[in-house]
Each structure stands twice: as C-alpha cells, then as structure tokens.
Write a protein of this length. Structure first.
Length: 377
C-alpha cells in the first residue's frame, strides 16, 4: 500500500474507549451523536465503534443520515431531529428510526408518513426551553403535547421521548442552564398531565452530561466528547478522554530562505534572519482553516513548528528554524497531543473557533484511514 501524501487517521479503539468512559461517568443511557459524518470521523465507522463502546442510541440530524446507518446494518435505536417540510417520514418510520417533531404541522407530516408506510411511528417531541433554535416554543407546547397524545390514541405512533437542548452548557455557571432545566421539568409535567409516558427524557449534550448531573435524566446525547475532544475547555475534569482523529501530511519541500524574505501570499510574515521552511501540501481546500495563518503550529520531528504567512488553498509554510528535515518527512498537523503534537483544540484556539468545526470541516484531498487495532498514537 502506498502511503497517502496527506491522511486523516481515525483510531476507532479511542472512540470505543471514550464512549465507555462517558457511560461510566454519567451512569445513564448513552446516545452517541454521529451527525455530520461522525463529526468528520466517518458516520458508519464511528457508529460501529460507539455501539461497541456501549451506545444505546445513535443520534443524527437528518433522516438520510439515519437511513445510511440502517443501510450499513445498524439495527439499534436511532433518533433524528431536523426535518424540513416535505421530509420522507415514511422511509424513516419503515426503517424503525425515531423521528422528532417540533410543531403540530410537523405532526401532520408524520401522520402522512404513518399512512404511507402502514407502520406505527416512534415519535419524540422537542421543546424549546431557551435556545430559540429548533423545538416547540413553550406557548405552543400544550397544543403539541395534546396532538401527540391524540395520535397515540389513534394508534399512529408511540411517543418514545421528550427532549430539549442547552444553549450554554459549555459555561457551567451560566444562569441559562438552571432556567432551561427548570423549563424542561415543567414541560415534562405538562406532557405527563396530558397522558404521555415517554421512555426517555433527555436534555444534556457532552458538556452538560459531564458537568451537570441534574441534567442527565434518562439519556445523555454525547457528540464531541465521544471523539475525545473537550466540550467545555477550562471546565472539564480529566476523565481520560483521548482525541481519536489524527491529521498527517508529508513535507513536499524543505528550503532555505534569506533574512527579510516574505512568506506566502501578501507577505504577512518576513524572516528576521535566514531560516529553513517546510512546505505542507494541504490547505483551506482540505479544511485547514485559513484563519490559522501565522497562528497555528504543527509538529515535525520532535518539535512544534509555527505556521508562517497565510494558509493557501493547497499548501502552507512552516518555519523549521534552521533544521533540515527531509522532504517526505511526516508532519503531525493535529492529533491526541500525547506525542507533543497540537490538538484540534489548539487549532481551534489559533483561529477563534471551536474544535467541533476543526474536525467536522477537515476533508478535501486528505485520504481517510481507519485503525481498528489497540495501538497508541
Ligand atoms: C449536535 C447535538 C448534540 C451533541 O452535542 P455535543 O456538544 O457535541 O455533545 C446533542 N444534541 C443535539 C440536539 C445536537 O444537535
């Protein structure tokens, strides 16, 4: 096998490990969120690893993602939650996927899917407790609940879950967390008074699952932490989670540049003195954020090396500070950090974003390879 010039290596045993750690820490049902191609780690391989680690549920945004899991042979519980008008609910219902409704109009669409599929649906209801994104606004919640109960009595569906989502769980002391949890408890009471008896009530994403025991209810929905990244930097205790994604490239070229040389487009960096630079053959076309120009670092040999100048579409330049590694030597762009290399969190900090965006957007011409053996990287 020829080695890829640039590759993402996903260590599946680390995803398994992280799911096991999160299960043990939270002590409730575990949903591993594998939307957006498993946060860039690969939908199906991440899902398989999560199931092996003990995930009771898988969570995705779209029906298509849920159907891809079924096509790959996953037969466990799967929840999806972001429908648009005209969505193919019949396909989801026929595939035994739990679907989510936010409104009475959406319930009517699910009813049409029930008629078309000839099957009873598994339906969850999402209430907006303060994120002001998806979910039923609180003033519509009694109507949504009443219609959901009526549909149960008609035999159209079973309401399997009631849930909501935090706005500020990465800031554990933010007052919105208490407010949202209280609103969620009130919404559950309304549903119970209307006769609904959901199998799972859930509110917590990774940060809340780790940091806010009162928000765990029956099930937690862990995305980012399952991939070993920190959902609340500065707040998360060390649970032994390990990042599972590693980005590598081979140095395309190494050369000397003289004192005063300007580097990359716009000459936003000049060498104070003569140095050596290395050319890394990936760029923003491959998901390396352009905002990281002059800010991020990579590892070459046993040292961190700063990015110099702008990141281009296909390539960027790093300062080797007089060292002369060979063209073809490996560049560790990011990884677990256990070898001294930067992490996706370091890259996120270098460009004022979150690690979610770093791992989800990486792709382009990187090859992706899965390692399923228990090695350490
Ligand atoms: C993406 C998502 C999650 C997972 O969030 P993390 O912070 O990655 O754990 C949970 N619930 C919903 C509704 C989501 O959209």
């Amino acid at each position: 096998m020829t080695r890829a010039r640039a590759e993402i290596v996903v260590e599946l045993p680390l995803i398994r490990h992280n799911v096991e750690v999160l299960r043990a820490h939270t002590g409730v049902g575990m949903m591993t969120v594998v939307k957006a191609d498993g946060y860039g780690h690969g939908l199906v391989p991440a899902a398989v690893a999560a199931r092996q680690g003990g995930a009771d549920w898988l969570g995705v945004a779209t029906i298509d993602e849920a159907l891809d899991l079924r096509a790959a042979g996953d037969t466990g519980r799967v929840l999806c939650w972001l429908g648009v008008p005209g969505e193919d609910y019949a396909a989801a219902i026929a595939a035994d996927v739990d679907v989510t409704a936010y409104s009475v109009a959406e319930l009517a669409e699910v009813t049409a899917g029930v008629r078309a599929s000839g099957r009873r649906a598994r339906l969850q209801l999402k209430v907006d407790t303060g994120l002001s994104r998806g979910g039923a606004p609180l003033d519509t919640w009694p109507d949504v609940v009443a219609e959901a109960r009526a549909g149960e009595e008609r035999g159209d569906w079973t309401v399997t879950g009631i849930w909501s989502h935090f706005a500020c769980s990465d800031e554990p002391d933010h007052p919105a967390n208490d407010d949202q949890e209280a609103a969620f408890r009130a919404a559950l009471s309304t549903a119970e008074a209307a006769g609904l008896r959901p199998e799972v009530r859930h509110l917590a994403n990774s940060a809340a699952a780790i940091l806010r025991p009162s928000s765990r209810f029956d099930l937690v929905r862990c995305g980012l932490a399952s991939y070993g990244l920190d959902p609340a930097p500065g707040h998360t205790p060390d649970l032994g989670l390990v990042p599972a994604m590693f980005a590598f490239a081979d140095l395309a070229m190494v050369k000397r540049i003289g004192a005063g040389a300007g580097v990359s487009y716009g000459h936003t960096w000049h060498a104070d003195e003569a140095t050596t630079v290395g050319l890394v053959p990936v760029g923003y076309g491959d998901g390396i954020p352009r905002h990281a120009g002059n800010r991020a670092e990579v590892m070459v040999g046993d040292r961190r090396r700063p990015v110099r100048g702008r990141i281009c579409m296909d390539q960027f330049v790093v300062d080797l500070d007089g060292d002369r590694p060979s063209a073809g030597d490996r560049v560790r762009i990011f990884g677990s950090g256990l070898w001294g290399e930067p992490t996706a969190q370091d890259w996120a900090e270098a460009c004022d974003t979150i690690s979610y965006e770093i791992v989800t957007r990486i792709g382009g011409r990187f090859a992706r390879r899965y390692n399923d053996e228990e090695t350490s990287r």
